[in-house]
Ligand binder design. Structure first.
Ligand SMILES: C[S@@+](CC[C@H](N)C(=O)[O-])C[C@H]1O[C@@H](n2cnc3c(N)ncnc32)[C@H](O)[C@@H]1O
Length: 218
């Protein structure tokens, strides 16, 4: 049968996650398919920490919808940020970390400032290149410095999962699973979702390769 959509590394053949299925680990971690403009998975609300790396602008967002074989329902990037903010308000985490880029930095900082009294901005990079600048915008209830300054996003997420004393972390743009991998590595609970099943399958496979034993609930 011809596979639809971009297949990434083909993990979808091994872990053919479908709408409504929840992949679960013994420690309570969960992964499912969800488009946050429609609804946030209920389990996300159990998290006390959020890390997200959203699309940087409307063009990139549209491309993600195309890759997921879905219609982009939002008319502007501001509208998408409103959806993100609603999700955070629903989760009510103690701590929020949002990775952003030059093109969406202003909107993301504004959003985090509207949700938390203390905001800290770290200068970071992605894909381990100093040419790739990004920022991690942190929202907390008290001032906190988790020493993420200058780190690549990969190491920064692993450090957050090791050092920050959360009970569970959620990423509703989980993609290929950086947050899931980092939380699993630190022995912590994660709740992940994404609208793209092919990308989630990569995340599921990565956790399995690290020794995670998945069961599937409907
Ligand atoms: C920059 S990537 C995140 C990468 C991720 N940190 C990783 O480890 O692969 C953004 C992700 O957001 C997802 N996404 C975009 N719009 C979404 C929406 N409305 N609902 C759910 N997921 C969405 C995309 O499918 C993509 O996987």
């Amino acid at each position: 049968m011809k596979q639809k959509g971009l297949r990434y590394d083909g993990s979808i053949d091994k872990y053919p996650i479908t709408e409504g299925e929840v992949y679960c680990l013994d420690n309570g971690s969960r992964i499912t398919i969800a488009d946050i403009t429609l609804e946030l998975p209920e389990f996300s609300e159990k998290a006390d920490c959020v890390f997200i790396d959203p699309a940087g602008n409307k063009g990139v967002l549209k491309a993600y919808y195309t890759k997921a074989e879905k219609e982009c329902p939002v008319q502007s990037f501001d509208e998408f940020v409103t959806h993100i903010k609603k999700c955070i308000e629903q989760i009510k985490p103690d701590r929020l970390f949002v990775e952003c880029f030059a093109r969406n930095k202003t909107q993301i900082i504004k959003m985090v400032e509207s949700l938390f009294p203390c905001v800290k901005i770290y200068n970071n990079t992605y894909y381990h290149s100093p040419k790739n600048a990004c920022w991690i915008v942190q929202g907390t209830k008290q001032p906190e410095d988790w020493k993420l300054e200058g780190m690549d996003e990969w190491e920064a997420v692993f450090k957050i999962c090791e050092d920050v004393p959360f009970k569970a972390i959620t990423d509703f743009f989980l993609g290929q699973g950086l947050v899931a991998e980092a939380a699993f590595n630190a022995g912590k609970v994660f709740y992940g979702s994404d609208m793209n099943r092919n990308r989630l399958a990569v995340a599921i496979n990565r956790i399995a390769k690290r020794g995670g034993d998945w069961t599937i609930n409907k």
